[in-house]
Design a protein around this ligand. Structure first.
Ligand SMILES: Nc1ncnc2c1ncn2[C@@H]1O[C@H](COP(=O)(O)OP(=O)(O)O)[C@@H](O)[C@H]1O
Ligand SMILES: [Mg+2]
Length: 732
């Protein structure tokens, strides 16, 4: 505790009100008027603010600060006499008048017809989110459960921004995750979360959530990213130009107009700054103007002016259209702090304060922690409750350590009138069973989604060197090697073995190399994960988009290097034979990609994924019928069923049939006929199943591609369905 703080606290307890000292009151800031102008100029009467009496406070403050305003860069005003004195009695006597539940009263109140209509959604259609006695625990690995959130109670209502604040690690993200139904699987949750008084699942499209980390398609420009997203989410009834306009407007709202044509950039290519990426993420989620919006630290990485502008746009969205916004926030400047209607202050997962922002100061003061002069109140609250660095800081002169301060605050909050009022409002909200929340999800049709995703993915694959271009280069190099090593293979007896090996190499190793695109695919999966949870599109559209966008590239990398190897080696000359060769190669590459999709849906990390994928393919390669002839494979497991599961069997046999059928070779083995036919070699040397043609092999491979992609779809759908069941079982 430093001296100013201690002094402030002393002053608070001894002098109570220091009206003779100039103090920095948030109310006098010009931002209030800026915001109200912004709202009114948009053609909407600022009912919300008038109702809360902010306009009159503003006038008070303006008159008081008129002298100071001209001199000081910040708003330093005289002590606002309109606020209650910092004493217990004043605090206890005032609150009911100032409690900010007007919205609830108005929307749930008796005068039912007389609801406020602001913007496009009335408050009546808005979303009330309530949570009661919310506990989230996590297994610490020693059969004990560590609490992350401890019995939180609160609510969020339309037209207001609820700010969740607290030191880092206090559970802000966990609270947001649990409200949005996205807790990770190693946590358990108890308590009641209701949407409009009903139990509902909020993931997959009912709410929008801007998570703490930005997962964006790094190869796109800002304009493309937002516009593709607009096409994915906005209804088909909107025209293309309207969607474009909406995207442009949202970009301007987030102040990104100067970097619209900059690529977003990622770990390999530098693009946007962290703060700009943050704003792109917000852009994408507010495009559809969701009724319920979660923001996890939307202003991290932003300078104070940008934070203010971003938050004021979000506040405007909430106030104007009656949206419900819950945002966790680090370090709000005083201007930003004033934009919030409600504050949830957490420490170690416990509520230090939940209630209207306007009453927080009085609450702290009444418990002996008044906000010192010239300090941003939010800084003061965070300072008071951050005990992470206690060891380094000497205990305040009044002898309270931060630990004790937190205990005092947590305990007194539980017995405070504010808490009781919160509970009253909460039960009022819960009693009023309102309409169920319709899925916000995408309103675009499935076909549109598939088309947009195909186009977006195609552009991404084109720009991402690691996806296909690098592989093309490696393939060309490898095929040159194959082509020169087996150059002009001829028709000698020895060429039989050489042909077999060369074709095996193509079937096994060239397809194996399709793993190379896996890291890029994992990035795609992350974006897919985020967008799906926010309901932009489903698994089906993703699979279709990914499949169709990859076809042209796979065709290029199977045709060009394939031709190089094929003709350099001098395999069967006819075009039909080459077409079959290239098609089998193409389908095998697609198959390996599908296999890697399945791996990506199970293994979360790209390094683990590559290892797993390589392992699976290694096994398949080994029992595909080349390294050990099919008849020699041990019958249990390896022959049945592994030999039939391994796609190398079909690839190999397809290649062999394609090449050997119709050829004859001289026989140098003693005692046999002078020549051997390709058919004989296929049956006896390679032990190929000759009951069906090479085209059937190709068809089987193609069928496997479809099956694998369906499996990917199935796994994701199953995980989605099964996870909540396991969670529910775990919570018992
Ligand atoms: N899934 C989890 N497993 C283990 N610990 C977790 C998990 N989620 C959160 N925690 C712990 O809970 C605390 C709160 O985390 P978080 O909500 O991310 O904090 P913040 O307020 O910074 O967003 C941290 O100490 C974190 O380590
Ligand atoms: Mg966090």
């Amino acid at each position: 505790m430093d001296e100013t703080d201690a002094a402030g606290r002393r002053r608070g307890s001894s002098e109570k009100a220091s009206s003779d000292v100039l103090r920095w009151t948030p109310k006098a800031s010009p931002t209030r008027s800026l915001l109200s102008q912004a709202v009114t100029s948009a053609g909407v009467v600022d009912l919300e603010m008038q109702r809360q009496g902010l306009a009159s406070e503003e006038a008070d403050a303006a008159s008081l600060s008129s002298t100071a305003d001209g001199i000081l860069p910040f708003n330093v005003a005289g002590f606002n006499p309109g606020r209650p004195q910092q004493s217990d009695d004043a605090y206890e006597s005032a609150p009911s008048l100032r409690f900010g539940s007007e919205v609830v009263a108005e929307t749930l109140g008796e005068e039912g017809e007389n609801y406020v209509r602001a913007g496009s959604v009335s408050k009546r259609e808005g979303v009330f989110l309530t949570w009661k006695e919310l506990w989230v625990t996590v297994d610490d690995g020693k059969r004990r459960r560590l609490p992350i959130l401890q019995g939180l109670t609160g609510y969020a209502q339309p037209g207001e921004v609820l700010a969740i604040m607290g030191p880092s690690g206090c559970g802000k993200s966990t609270l947001l995750d649990s409200l949005a139904g996205r807790l990770s699987s190693n946590t358990q949750q108890t308590g009641e979360i209701l949407v409009n008084g009903r139990k509902e699942t909020l993931a997959f499209g009912t709410s929008a959530y801007v998570t703490q980390d930005d997962t964006l398609m790094t190869t796109l420009t800002v304009r493309e990213a937002v516009y593709y997203s607009a096409q994915l989410q906005l209804p088909d009834s909107m025209s293309t130009s309207e969607k474009k306009e909406r995207a442009e407007m949202t970009i301007r709202e987030m102040g990104l107009q100067d970097s619209v044509d900059t690529r977003i950039g990622g770990w390999s290519v530098k693009g946007l700054s962290g703060g700009q990426k943050r704003r792109v993420s917000i852009c994408i989620e507010i495009l559809t103007r969701p009724k319920l919006l979660f923001l996890d630290e939307p202003t991290s990485g932003l300078d104070s002016a940008a934070s203010f502008h971003v938050m004021s746009r979000i506040t405007k969205l909430a106030r104007q259209d009656g949206r419900t916004v819950i945002a966790s926030i680090h370090q709000p400047s005083s201007e930003v702090f004033e934009l919030f209607g409600y504050l949830c202050l957490l420490s170690n997962g416990m509520t230090v304060y939940f209630g209207p922002v306007s009453m927080a100061e009085e609450f702290f003061a009444s418990k002996g922690f008044p906000c010192p002069t010239l300090r941003n109140p939010s800084d003061h609250y965070l300072r008071t409750i951050n005990k992470d660095f206690d060891a380094d800081i000497e205990i305040g002169s009044d002898g309270t350590s931060t630990e004790e301060a937190i205990n005092i605050l947590v305990e007194s909050y539980k017995s405070s009138e504010t808490f009781q009022q919160v509970q009253q409002v909460l039960s009022k909200i819960c009693q009023q069973k309102r309409g169920t929340l319709e899925k916000k999800g995408s309103q675009a049709s499935f076909i549109t989604q598939c088309l947009v995703l195909t186009r977006r993915s195609f552009v991404n694959m084109y720009r991402d060197l690691g996806y296909y271009w690098l592989r093309l280069a490696v393939y060309i190099a490898l095929c040159l090697c194959v082509g020169t090593i087996y150059h002009d293979i001829g028709f000698t007896f020895g060429s039989i073995q050489a042909r077999g090996s060369m074709l095996m190499f193509v079937a096994a190793f060239l397809t194996f190399m399709a793993i190379g695109g896996f890291p890029s695919f994992v990035e795609d999966m992350k974006i897919f994960g985020r967008e799906r949870l926010n309901g932009h599109y489903g698994v089906g559209a993703f699979v279709i988009g990914n499949t169709f966008s990859s076809i042209p590239y796979l065709l290029i990398i199977s045709l060009a290097p394939g031709a190089l190897a094929y003709y350099l080696v001098g395999l069967q000359k006819s075009i039909e034979h080459f077409a079959c060769f290239a098609l089998i190669l193409f389908v095998c590459m697609m198959l390996v990609e599908s296999l890697m999709m399945i791996v990506a849906s199970i293994v979360p990390d790209f390094l683990m994924g590559i290892i797993t994928g390589a392992g699976i393919q290694g096994v398949m390669m080994l029992n595909g019928g080349f390294f050990r002839l099919p008849d020699d494979l041990p019958k249990p497991f390896w022959r049945y069923p592994m030999y039939y599961i391994a796609f190398h069997k079909y690839a190999n046999q397809g290649f062999y049939k394609n090449e050997f059928e119709g050829l004859t070779f001289p026989n140098i083995q003693a005692g046999g006929p002078a020549t051997i036919t390709g058919d004989y070699i296929l049956r006896n040397t390679w032990e190929v199943e000759m009951g069906y043609s090479k085209w059937i092999d190709l068809a089987i491979l193609f069928g496997m591609v479809v099956l694998y992609r369906l499996m990917f779809w199935g796994i994701i759908k199953t995980v989605e369905k099964v996870k909540p069941i396991f969670k529910a079982l775990g919570a018992l």
